[in-house]
Write a protein that binds this ligand. Sequence first.
Ligand code: NAP
Length: 293
Amino acid sequence: MITGTTKLLGVIGYPVEHSLSPLMHNAAILQMGIDFAYLPFAIAPEKLEAAIRGFEAIGVVGFSITIPHKQAIMPFLTEISSLAKTVGAVNTVVRKNDQWVGTNTDVEGFIAPLRSQDNRDWSQTTTVILGNGGAARAVVAGCVQLGCSEIHVVGRNLAKLDAFAETWANSSLKTNLQVHQWELLPKLLPDAGLLVNTTPIGMYPHIQESPLSEEEIEKLNPNSPIVYDLIYTPNPTKLLQQAQKIGAIAIDGLEMLIQQGAAALKIWSDRQTIPVDVMRQTLTKHLRIGNRE
Ligand code: NAP
């Protein structure tokens, strides 16, 4: 129930209509019985500064950030966590002592479903990451936190790959990272214990597409490989269907979305227990209904 004391949270993006964050956050807020409401805000890039000043004026308590503002927000923040600086992107902002403080919960969201893989020796796990955009940066930071032995990033644009590698070489985070052009992927697959898709290949409406051919997926390390697709619509993606066919462990992007949101809600609400099950059920139900329509 929204009253005169309700505190405002939200997500900024452009566009933002597709965002599932209002749905999952308001479900969690209701379950927790806390006095918050979470709204979507479509903010054009040229309006970002004005929007942040407006948020300050109306007393917004915190907000999530999605494309295209994850980097652009940084100059408007007083404090940025070292993790967000390393990743080069902020996805969560909180108002603290009348100042905007930014952090990155995508890394925690990405790692969460991997941590629940029992008995996995990450120090013996070679990771292959497809794509070198914003999400790939959170994935690299997550793989470093897990302690993955080798991280290989595969992309289609050599100049962008080199720039990606350079930022990590200059970073405080020590990482055994190499970049490769897409043509080299078949050579990397036999060693890959963890394959992560951070490209939009296979995302709705292109649901018949996969970043890997049938022959390529069969080349994956046969020792219980994990295939993790950051995409959550469709669910499962073609890549994850291929993974399931060869007996690999398949992880979809929904859990990352939920866990990064739960980590953000912890910060805003100052509560340690977040009803992650309610967030998951709400989104799964919503996506199931969407698939039927
Ligand atoms: P981004 O910054 O635009 O990066 C996309 C990357 O994919 C770029 O490296 C791009 O290559 C590459 N790419 C795009 N189309 C390609 C193609 N046809 N072939 C090969 N490479 C291709 O986007 P992002 O923010 O990293 O997001 C990437 C994906 O992750 C999206 O599907 C997004 O929905 C998903 N995501 C999920 C979560 C979650 O919580 N589950 C969170 C963040 C992102 P170029 O650089 O050469 O263009």
